[in-house]
Design a protein around this ligand. Sequence first.
Ligand SMILES: *[C@@H]1O[C@H](CO)[C@@H](O)[C@H](O)[C@H]1NC(C)=O
Ligand SMILES: *[C@@H]1O[C@H](CO)[C@@H](O)[C@H](O)[C@H]1NC(C)=O
Length: 432
Amino acid sequence: MFWIFDGLFLALLCLGVNGSQSLYDLQWLSCQFVDEKVHINKEGHIETEYITRAAVLQFGKVGDRSSHPTITTFLVTASKVDMRRYLEGAEDKLQCEIHRYSTGRIKTRWPTAGAQDHDVWFTSTIRHSEGLFVTKTFLRHTTVAPVAPDEEQMDFLQWETINDGDLLTMSAAMVVLTQTPSMDVGLLKEPNLDCRFAVDHKVPHATVEWKLQQHGRRTNLFSYSSRTGIKEGNGVVLKDIAAGNVSFKLSPTTKHSEGTYICSVMVPPLNGSHDIPLTIIERPRVSINVGFTLSMQLGEVRKLKCDAKRYYPLDVDIEWYREPPGGSSTPSLLKNVWHSSHELHRDGTHSVSAFFYLKPSMEESGNIYTCSVSHKSLLSPIYKSFTLRVTDPDSALWYIAEIVFIISMVVILCYMRPRHLGRKSSKKSFFP
Ligand SMILES: *[C@@H]1O[C@H](CO)[C@@H](O)[C@H](O)[C@H]1NC(C)=O
Ligand SMILES: *[C@@H]1O[C@H](CO)[C@@H](O)[C@H](O)[C@H]1NC(C)=O
């Protein structure tokens, strides 16, 4: 019986290993091609219509046939930039999108052999569905234009029509990637925002920039141009830039560090960028001021407090619930609960507490009280509970119950002793 499971397990293991290894020699990847139809309307404004179609990114050499002849094939031939090197994880986690890319007013010819003045550009963005990375590759397509393009016109007004079944041969010219597509960090941390690039020719004149976008406002954090050698701002190690590492080290985070960090690498006529949203988050530490069970005597009053400490951001839901024993009815929200005002700590975190006064009746014995804390940093609320035991020392019934209990224990003990001589110690636990 077990060998079946072993076999299954091995098969799964192999699948898993293959899934992550095969990306280096991936033959093709299915993609969405987001085509654009651009025209100038009657008012003279540019209008863009987007059409999404199935496509395939195929890796091979010039002259290869399409592996999927009915859809558009983007055949990527070998160059010094192998976009597959930057892919990780299982193939079914990859999401690929291809767009046309306009070089705008920049008319620079790409400095590799075979490049032309009128090369047509595409980008292929591959993201990992669980956020491991995003890569953006610039693909150069050399067209044989029947008529020379109009120099005065923008490139996107002269784009050739691409049909299903067409095969376009490309060469990867530049890749810009990040392994931190979004970040959740605590306060006073110094995270590294990852951004890297590779180009298909040596010593490109690259300009590297980091900007921060907050509430519609953009601030420059860093810029460096390898052509002029001018550097502004800090956070990137200069000697790493030549090796294609443009990672930005943040200074200790405060709540003002939140925003979208934009890394861009410009190698004319290309400009590749990644938007990295950063969120500050600190999980609350939750505690209540009693243990798992709380024994109270009838008439007694206690203050029950639930603390949520050192969380960020400010919004938090902290509630007390009561649930009768047996779990048959749903917990009910306690009404007479007070909330302390939010306390602000030096590091920017907050604390708050919710408390109530309990003067239980006998019927409330066995009730379970639960404090629930919900916060942005938590996938599900944090719960802390205690069970209430109420005793009535004045009750005759209580005395009788107690006496009956003691007598029955004595009887049981005496009855058991002769037969369980080895368990002398059990007496101790009944009469502490
Ligand atoms: C890039 O540079 C940063 C800062 O020097 C470093 O922490 C990081 O490990 C580097 N990344 C790679 C992939 O080399
Ligand atoms: C390149 O893209 C970035 C991000 O979108 C932008 O801030 C920057 O101005 C662009 N550079 C050029 C030269 O267009």
